[in-house]
Design a protein around this ligand. Structure first.
Ligand code: NAD
Length: 487
């Protein structure tokens, strides 16, 4: 199996390589085989990309928003037309089941390009009336923005960051995760084909050091990172010390609260979406599943039955529902948390082992896993595992569960299942989380803001809020009479 791109980087409308950079092997997580090699950006490559972006940005920002938007919408159409081919590439890069990538990855990037390509033309400043004199505000581009991606949603991440940035008149240099370098290159080619002028969307590969070089580059006005909290602290520190704008989309340990009166099938479906989608590698996952005492046993029975039926295996088989984890390190990390859970005294209720799959013996697979009897202080209830490990915690009362749900440094997401809608809104209002669901979980349509409270991040992606975060505000006071001056 091979998926070698034409070159490692995409700068100023062309593929570029510099094999003096450190080699980055691209590994298919289902088999462990190397399917491509790219090279980490050298200083020279970083400079070329930033310079191309700086050069191209001013003319782009001067275009009418509707003209910029038209190009994004054309790129969205191309993404949709190539959905199957891009989904396959994403599956090779991430190991995620093709039945997911066919509906969730290039499609979500296309949604962002389409949405921001349309919305930007109506995204205007304010007018303030002073009874003669007046003022207005302008939303202006920031300049060169840097996007740094995580590996769980590579093309979605590239689309979610580049679409609002470009729509607002910025240029972007995007660094994909070193684990998943391929699909951002495909997006770059699609932008060029759609008519995006050269230099506005550049892709450079690399590990954390390249991300840090980009985030601290003097030309760069803004950094948007998707990654873990420790990386977020480092990147925000770099950006802050240089007064750059920053958006941080970080990790979580989100609560999903299921009350006695919930529809049990919907609650089980929600809990599975909240833990097993993308093999559990979703930042917003509701990994602390709080179930009220009265529903606990019934919920657990159905959760177990439905989890047993999950088809795990070949990610390219459309029948497969769960693929492997991203790499060996993540595989070891998830298995070690399963051990920690057992040692801490939680009950390993289901899964917890490596499945034996013929032809995929070297893949990074873990069974969907359910722990019961989990208590709030256990590490499996406090730390982000980023794998298919669901913890069930029992609760009795509404106030109690709100306090326990909020007792975490994270605040990315939260969910509530109940038929009592006043209670649903009351509980959601108390939960310290940026992205919440009532009677569903893990949907992230582009029209609504996505992002975290507390350590889970700063700023928002998606919706008009993202345009705020990729622009700066200029206030203009206009006098219509004479200047009154005491001098
Ligand atoms: P990570 O923090 O290891 O890496 C993220 C990116 O940052 C990579 O591109 C990496 O090369 C880069 N990086 C690492 N060190 C850097 C540094 N010092 N300076 C600049 N860049 C640096 O995260 P990951 O393992 O790729 O992704 C998993 C994490 O991302 C999880 O914590 C998950 O919750 C989080 N995540 C958050 C969201 C969200 O929207 N909130 C979405 C997806 C993933």
């Amino acid at each position: 199996m091979k998926a070698q791109p034409k070159a490692s980087h995409y700068i100023n409308g062309s593929f570029v390589d510099d094999e003096r950079g450190k080699a980055i092997p691209v590994i298919y997580p289902a088999t462990g085989e190397t399917i491509a090699t790219v090279y980490s950006a050298t200083e020279n490559v970083v400079e070329l990309a930033i310079e191309a972006a700086r050069e191209a940005q001013p003319a782009w920002a001067r275009l009418k928003p509707v003209e910029r938007g038209r190009i994004l919408r054309r790129a969205a159409d191309i993404l949709r037309a190539r959905n199957d081919e891009l989904a396959r590439l994403e599956t090779l890069d991430t190991g995620k089941a093709i039945q997911e990538t066919l509906v969730a990855d290039p499609a979500s990037a296309a949604d962002a390009l389409e949405y921001f390509g349309g919305a930007v033309a109506s995204y205007n400043g304010d007018y303030v009336d002073f009874g003669g004199p007046f003022a207005y505000t302008r939303r202006e581009a920031l300049g060169v923005c840097v996007g740094i991606g995580a590996w769980n949603y590579p093309i979605q991440g590239a689309g979610w960051k580049s679409a609002p940035a470009l729509a607002m008149g910025n240029a972007m240099v995007f660094k994909p995760s070193e684990n998943t370098p391929l699909s951002a290159l495909a997006l770059a080619e699609i932008y060029t084909e759609a008519g995006l002028p050269n230099g506005l969307f550049n892709v450079v590969q690399g590990y954390g050091d390249v991300g840090a070089a980009l985030a601290s580059h003097p030309i760069v006005a803004k950094v948007s990172l998707t990654g873990s909290v420790p990386t977020g602290r480092k990147v925000l520190g770099l950006a802050g010390s240089l007064m750059k704008h920053a958006t941080m989309e970080l990790g979580g340990k989100s609560p999903l609260i299921i009350f006695d009166d919930a529809d049990v099938e919907n609650a089980v479906g929600g809990a599975m979406l909240a833990n097993f989608y993308s093999t559990g590698q979703v930042c917003s996952n509701g990994t602390r599943v709080f179930v009220q005492n009265g529903l606990h046993d019934r919920f657990l029975d159905r959760l177990t039955e439905r989890t047993k039926a999950i088809r795990i295996g070949d990610p390219l088989d459309p029948e497969t529902q769960m693929g492997p984890l991203i790499n060996r390190a993540q595989h070891e990390k998830v298995l070690s948390y399963i051990d920690i859970g057992k040692q801490e005294g939680a009950t390993l209720h289901h899964g917890g082992a490596e499945p034996s799959l013929q032809g995929f013996e070297s893949g990074f697979y873990v069974e969907p896993t359910i722990f019961t009897g989990v208590t709030d202080g256990m590490r499996i209830a406090r730390e982000e595992i980023f794998g298919p490990v669901l913890s069930v915690l029992k609760f009795d009362a509404e106030d109690e569960v709100i306090a326990r749900a909020n007792d975490t440094e994270f605040g990315l997401s939260a969910g509530v299942f109940t038929r009592d809608l006043p209670r649903a809104h009351r509980v959601i209002a108390e939960l310290q989380a940026g992205t919440c669901w009532i009677n569903h979980y893990n949907l992230a349509p582009v029209e609504i803001p996505f992002g975290g409270f507390k350590q889970s991040g700063i700023g928002r992606e998606n919706s008009l809020a993202a345009l705020d975060h990729y622009s700066q505000l200029k206030s203009v006071y206009v006098e219509t009479g004479d200047v009154v001056s005491p001098y």
